[in-house]
Write a protein of this length. Structure first.
Length: 237
């Protein structure tokens, strides 16, 4: 296992290509841990990015007033699965997209994004993802947990970008407590065809949405508890 703590000197020595990769960039999963502690980072951060194979058990920790201006990836695989990767964000700010597990051509399972006392802004193209698949596949068991936080980033525990009858989003979940968001979409699991057993649980939180038509969108998910306050919402069939 490789564990690295980000320091300013390290960042300055690794910015020539504009992508900050603190783990592997090959075909071998190494279960990296990257800790960003009281730093401002402009570049894209990966704990691991594989050309082939399963990217698994990687962790990115962002804490103590860190500011992430670039995208954050727990791990990604170009031609393989992304499983059991974690991004932890505490007392910090993100201003771009966050992915715990990202696969170009594969599946994404059991990835986690955990947020405590932080601000998540949506200045990127997408939002915050537990598991994300660019092509066809299955996202399952991915989770996003948000506590005592605020922001405007869209939240997707599991998401399949490509539209196909073979896509599946199953058993993904979002839990939000004591938080305030102005997200347009909060989806437990999103896929074109098969969405099964996804859930969204929101307690003591407020979702503010300005859109007059759709409000907050829970895509094929079960809403647990009393639901959000301060917003309209509906469930996609």
């Amino acid at each position: 296992m490789t564990t690295r703590k980000l320091k300013t000197a390290v960042v300055l020595s690794m910015l020539s290509i504009g992508v900050l990769t603190l783990g592997n960039f090959d075909t071998c999963s190494a279960a990296n841990t990257v800790t960003i502690d009281n730093e401002t980072v402009e570049e894209v951060v990966y704990a691991e990015l594989l050309d082939t194979g399963i990217a698994a058990d990687n962790v990115v920790n962002i804490k103590n007033d860190s500011v992430m201006n670039g995208e954050v990836y727990g791990a990604g695989s170009k031609a393989g699965d992304a499983n059991k990767n974690t991004v932890n964000i505490s007392d910090s700010k993100t201003k771009n997209d966050v992915y715990a597990g990202y696969s170009f051509h594969g599946n994404a399972a059991d990835n986690q994004v955990n947020v405590i006392g932080s601000e998540l802004k949506n200045t990127g193209e997408k939002g915050i993802y537990g598991g994300y698949i660019c092509d066809k596949g299955k996202v399952s068991g991915n989770t996003i947990t948000v506590k005592n936080s605020r922001g405007s980033a869209d939240l997707h525990a599991g998401f399949v970008k490509e539209y196909s009858a073979d896509n599946t989003a199953e058993g993904n979940s979002i839990v939000m407590e004591n938080s305030k968001f102005s997200s347009f979409v909060v989806g437990g699991g999103m896929a074109d065809s098969n969405a099964i057993g996804n859930s969204v649980k929101i307690s003591k939180s407020t979702l503010e949405v300005n859109d007059s038509d759709d409000g907050v969108l829970f895509h094929r998910s079960t809403i647990l508890g009393a639901g959000p306050t301060g917003a309209r919402y509906r469930i996609m069939p």
